[in-house]
Design a protein around this ligand. Sequence first.
Ligand code: UDP
Length: 385
Amino acid sequence: MKVLFLDQSGQLGGAELSLTDVAKHFRDQGLVYLFEDGPFAAKLTAERVPCKVLQRPRLSISKDSGLLQGLLSIRQLLPLVGEVVKTAQTYDVIYANTQKALVVGAIASILARKPLVYHLRDILSAEHFSQMNRRVAITLANMCATLVIANSQATRQAFMDAGGSPQRIKVVYNGFEPDQYQGQPPLRTVLQQQHAIQEGFWIGHFSRFSPWKGQHVLVDALQYLGEEAQVLLVGKALFGEDDYVQFLQAKMQDYGLQDRVHFLGFRSDIPALMASCDLVAHTSTSPEPFGRVIIEAMLAGCPVVAAKAGGVTELIEHGKTGWLCPPNNPQKLAQMIGECQRQPQLRQQIADQARVQASQTFSLEHTNQTISGLLQQHVRRSTSS
Ligand code: UDP
């Protein structure tokens, strides 16, 4: 089966890393069309996944920018539609991975008479999107997509709450290759030298910088923790939120925490970094659709404390495979981190249980087989109708 994937971003966010894993499975028969050049195209090429950056006038696309903005720039999107329609003639299905890809994919699917699949990786709630954005996404999905793949039950529920059709949505969790996360040599000595991190209790935070990802909640929590607690912030502002990085740096200065908060930038050695931490903290202040970093930490053998909202509650069983903390509550977070710090045996036990659970439940092989089966079913259905 030939799949034409569409994604609006040139950056490596979770949606793009997950799509890479799906597209690898279809690398002999698939093509990824991107609306922007950048590290994502480089990663696909390195993974031998055919990809092409669509030629178009410069569009200021950011991950969280409005769909309305996307629609208003319809004149810029139209050339993309034309090219997608032309290419789609030799493909069985169009697979939209982001919201602007849905806009282009929906129009192209009608013109090319090809089925459209929408991989929904966002919680379509008022906390994340304007009413107009939600309405456009739901209308296009209901009208044009034969299948919507949600990355969690929380994502599926929000889709239906916003008016999405329950008949066409299926939940498929992100998949991972456990081998890639296990047996990683810890980088503690190297990190101590390169980033002047003191020995102690290392709390890793792995995420793009964005206010709702809540790096500030962890910095606030650090005030309540002893000197040995060190925070490693891994990631960068992928979608233009540089003001937030400045805000964090000012906060660190105000609290006098410059020596205990370390910015490591965007990294591609996530498993080894996670294996070097004593704890991974996930601190999103709005419901997380899935939370790849949580499963990655589990597979790397690092215990996780995560914000109790959205898809996260489907990934962690509190007190058994990690800890769930009320979102946006630095005091409570500090208290949970402190308890975790004082109990190394419990930490190890939780990490061991989480590793087994994550390896069994979130295998990439299973995810790709499920997606492949769903695509075949929907393509068959659309050719026979
Ligand atoms: N990530 C990375 N390098 C970094 C920071 C994050 O490769 O420096 C990866 C991380 O390992 C995870 C993804 O980015 O696979 C983030 O996915 P998640 O679902 O946690 O959040 P999203 O970006 O989709 O909101």
